[in-house]
Design a protein. Structure first.
Length: 284
């Protein structure tokens, strides 16, 4: 669904030579498969959000190529199709709200695309149901909680029928309840609707729920693999300013003390099973 080929990017002024400007992304080569759930991690300034903005042509490569469903993002004639295929949700839902009523917010994009009224009605109802916000269709967005606003923002993007959903730290401004609501919605859209998800996050527990985790450090791909493969690199992650899930850290510390436990555990259940195994099942 998304492919980058030797992608490099530098922010530069009009009178600055792009080739000599300091690069935020450096020779990135990635493929993101249809129906996958990919989390992208990185410390502040690592380039992870810059990378995400290349996935729906908000930014264009300084060097290299980005393809979305085989379409070159650098080609102006592809921009409409790319942004229809790859919808983006940002950190602050208030910055995306344009309507005074929830259902009008969800209808806004398809109305501007010239979609027939009956089809708009169907999409609005379907998208609000997909994010569990049907009961709030007539509500005012400003009166919703942070998590509810973000789910409306997701519904508004879904109304464009995207095959790819790119989320740039969508839970950063939310409390734990709001974070849980949004992540459950994202998982549902991926697993039940088959939408390809790219989640930019700095929460390790969110990334642990993805199929694949990519770690960006100083504009380079530092780690790339399943959550179990990535998070077992505790020392490397800490060296670049990232945490690991708490149970993974516990397993790492136990292993350092000579206990032969699998340090790639991600969940409490996996950790408990490992502790039972190394203790010979005592207290089972």
């Amino acid at each position: 669904m998304i492919e980058t080929q030797n992608l490099s990017f530098a922010y530069h002024s009009d009178d600055e030579d792009a080739a000599t400007a300091e690069k935020v992304l450096k020779d990135i080569n990635l493929k993101i498969e249809k129906g996958s759930f990919t989390a992208i991690l990185g410390s502040n300034g690592s380039g992870k959000s810059t990378l995400a903005k290349h996935f729906n042509a908000i930014l264009l490569p300084t060097l290299g190529k980005v393809y979305v469903k085989g379409m070159d993002t650098a080609s102006a004639e592809n921009i409409f199709s790319i942004r229809s295929s790859a919808g983006m949700v940002f950190q602050n839902p208030d910055n995306q709200m344009v309507a005074a009523i929830v259902e009008d917010e969800v209808a806004f994009a398809p109305e501007n695309l010239g979609v027939e009224p009956e089809e708009i009605r169907r999409r609005v109802d379907e998208c609000l149901e997909a994010v569990n916000m049907t009961d709030y269709a007539s509500s005012t967005p400003s009166k919703l909680s942070g998590g509810q606003k973000q789910r409306v923002a997701i519904a508004a993007v879904l109304a464009m029928n995207p095959e790819i959903l790119i989320l740039d730290e969508p839970t950063a401004m939310l409390d734990p309840k709001g974070r849980s609501e949004v992540i459950k919605t994202i998982e549902k859209l991926n697993k039940e609707n088959g939408i390809t998800v790219v989640l930019i996050t700095h929460y390790m527990d969110e990334a642990a729920r993805a199929d694949r985790v990519i770690v960006i450090d100083d504009g380079l791909v530092s780690l790339d693999g399943t959550p179990h493969e990535v998070f077992c690199n505790v020392e490397k992650l800490k060296a670049i300013g990232l945490d690991v899930p708490q149970v993974t850290l516990l397993a790492y510390e136990l292993q350092k003390r000579g206990i032969e436990i699998n340090k790639s555990v991600l969940t409490v259940e996996e950790c408990f099973a490992e502790l039972l195994r190394v203790s010979g099942g005592m207290g089972k």
